[in-house]
Design a protein. Sequence first.
Length: 148
Amino acid sequence: MITIDRLEPADRATWERLFRAYLDFYGRVEGPETYERAWRAFRDDTRLHALAARLDGRLVGFTHFLVHPSTSGPDVCYLQDLFTEPQARGKGVARALIEAVAAWAGARGCDRVYWNTQESNATARRLYDKVARNTGFIKYQIDLPPTG
């Protein structure tokens, strides 16, 4: 049985292991301060939010998301990170996480939920094509140097 709820203090080590696996998938290496900062923000639950997916009570996935204003309508929700451990894939965990974020955002008056994925992420895109509409936008990015 899949349940979706908030991350609890006891989830810290498992969440970090899963988040590291997520970042590894995208070829990113982050220092311990990244995990500590994110964890504090998720526990605070004001600017950044997180939901946990549990399969038979065991943490097997997460999503991180945030709300931001839109110039052309109500606030929107950006689903920034979504990860399911490999052994739990194909069991509806990612779909349940996406649906939970959509319900959360809708209850707070958001106009839509959106996210990005790499074009080559065929496995995830098979699900995304079922639960959302590909808007055709292409992402551009400028990486800025660290400050202070």
